[in-house]
Design a protein around this ligand. Structure first.
Ligand code: PHE
Ligand code: NA
Length: 514
């Protein structure tokens, strides 16, 4: 075993790398869609409560576990848990912290690779003169690898490989490489984000055309920000809010463990973790909600947004809307939008790669370069099915199992482990060691009782998700003796129906491109 002495170059480098880890495609693509689909202003309260009661505690847990493991020369979740639970079999749950990273990186890097190609197409003017359905079809054609008509054969595969190679290259440079990318990428993405957000906020009704006379960018913001208290009782909204908090803060995956393992043992983690967490929230809640939704509402109207809110909006709609600003500004906006997505993506995929490289260093004594290549190759092998069978739903399967279920399961286990096996007494001391802020004492009780209970509830909710996500309907059904109908997305049904085969069987015909 090599005991590396590597650590972060500076405090600002650490915060930017950790914020880069958290700030990702989730902030710009996932958050707005989740917010719209869960009632806009109704979503935001459960979301903030989940941030405070689950997000912040998990950040404290993962940062302090990581720094603790790092003190013993360990840098990846399996080894970190090993130092915390000496001699117990529990450490094997740490394998989640490696495997999930590779599985998420596989499909995450694929989206990241689209953004690179879309920057290029924005510059080339591919979207100039296209109408909405042309732009939408371009995306369908792009992701339909075998029948793609984008101009470059196998374009999606080529960009995927280029994207992974860039990740491998940076990872082979070690923490310094990650830090450098974060120092360049984070300020740029904030700059691009602010410019686009200002454009979104000042669009007003200027986008209104004869076809969409009711369009108004402010409708989007009003929808997102007018609090609605009724749906606070809706468990569905809570589950969605919890899921978004996991994903956006990058917890439950071992990336935070790994980055924190390189924090020097006397350095603060209390203030650093909260700073990185709040930076992510600012970029998500303020910037992330001021781009896609208001711009789409400004041209197409809020009704259109409600009906079409989905992850495709970023690629299928935005390039078309940018065209309304003339070819030059459309190209600039395209570069900014897809560039910001790229920087947010790469700082996150590097965070998924680092624990894997560190694991190979700790386990096999490999050097960084060899570890980085191994990570790239394994990710490529795992990722090609999502590239080739995107249309058959393989991508969604990865996102379900790796990007949703594993995060919940692992977060639940590590919290119980931290609070009850490692012991909160020791844990609280770890969190506060070297702290530059005083954490309110109430967090001691939150971490010990509230967070584990919420996580167990979220876990059970994922196992027993009710049909159609209709919680109140199911509760009524249960009390009237009609049982608890399960949703296809409940873990139980997923396993018994073997969702993947199901989806391939139901797969739609190849997309037609006009
Ligand atoms: N937090 C990232 C995002 O918002 C995604 C991510 C999840 C990154 C888990 C690393 C680990 O996009
Ligand atoms: Na995020």
């Amino acid at each position: 075993m090599t005991k590396t002495k590597e650590s972060w170059g500076s405090r600002i480098g650490l915060i930017l790398a950790m914020a880069g880890n958290a700030v990702g495609l989730g902030n710009f693509l996932r958050f707005p869609v989740q917010a719209v689909q869960n009632g806009g202003g109704a979503f935001i309260i459960p979301y903030l409560v989940c941030f405070l009661l689950m997000g912040i505690p998990l950040l404290f847990i993962e940062w302090s576990s990581g720094r603790y493991g790092g003190r013993f020369g360990n840098h990846s979740t399996p080894y970190i848990l090993d130092t915390m639970t000496k001699g117990r079999i529990l450490k094997y749950i740490g394998v989640f912290g490696i495997f999930t990273n590779i599985a998420v990186a596989a499909y995450y890097a694929y989206i990241e690779s689209w953004t690179m190609s879309y920057v290029l197409h924005s510059v080339k003017g591919t979207f100039v003169g296209m109408d909405q359905s042309d732009v939408a079809n371009f995306f369908l054609s792009y992701t339909d690898v075998l029948h793609s008509t984008t101009g470059i054969p196998y374009e999606a595969v080529i960009f995927y490989i280029i994207c992974l190679s860039i990740n491998v290259y940076v990872l082979s440079k070690g923490l310094g490489g990650v830090e450098k990318v974060a120092k360049i990428g984070m300020p740029l993405l904030i700059l691009f984000g602010v410019v686009l957000a200002v454009r979104g906020l000042t669009l007003g009704t200027s986008g209104a055309s004869e076809t969409f006379p009711d369009a108004n960018a402010w409708d989007g913001l009003n929808f997102l920000w007018t609090p609605q208290y009724e749906s606070i009782m809706d468990l569905k909204v809570w589950m969605a809010a919890a899921g978004q908090i996991f994903f956006t803060l990058s917890v439950g995956m071992g990336t935070v463990h790994c980055y924190a393992a390189y924090v020097k043992s006397k350095d603060d983690i209390a203030l650093n973790s909260v700073s990185a967490g709040f930076m992510n929230e600012f970029i998500e809640v303020v910037i992330g909600s001021s781009i896609v939704i208001p711009i789409a509402a400004g041209y197409l109207g809020m009704e259109w947004v409600m009906e079409n809110a989905g992850f495709g909006m970023a690629f299928q709609t935005m390039p078309y809307l940018f065209q309304q600003w003339g070819p030059l500004f459309a190209a600039i906006a395209g570069v900014m939008w897809f560039g910001l997505l790229f920087f947010s993506g790469i700082t996150s995929s590097l965070a998924m790669g680092t624990p894997c490289v560190s694991f190979m260093q700790d386990e096999f004594g490999w050097n960084r370069k060899k570890g980085a290549w191994a990570f790239g190759l394994v990710t490529l092998i795992m990722g090609l099915p999502t590239v080739f069978f995107f249309r058959e739903g393989v991508f969604d399967e990865y996102d379900y199992w790796a990007g949703t279920v594993s995060l919940v399961v692992f977060a639940m286990m590590e919290t119980i482990l931290f609070s009850w096996v490692f012991g909160l007494k020791k844990g609280w001391r770890e969190i506060n060691m070297g702290a530059d802020i005083k954490i309110p004492g109430i967090y001691k009780y939150i971490i010990k009782f509230v967070t584990p209970v919420i996580l167990i509830v979220v876990f059970l909710g994922t196992v027993f998700a009710p049909k159609g996500n209709d919680w109140s309907g199911n509760i009524r059904s249960l009390f009237s003796g009609n049982g608890w109908p399960l949703d296809n997305l409940s873990i139980i049904n997923k396993i018994t129906n073997s969702g993947l085969r199901q989806q391939i069987a139901n797969a739609t015909d190849p997309v037609e491109i006009q």
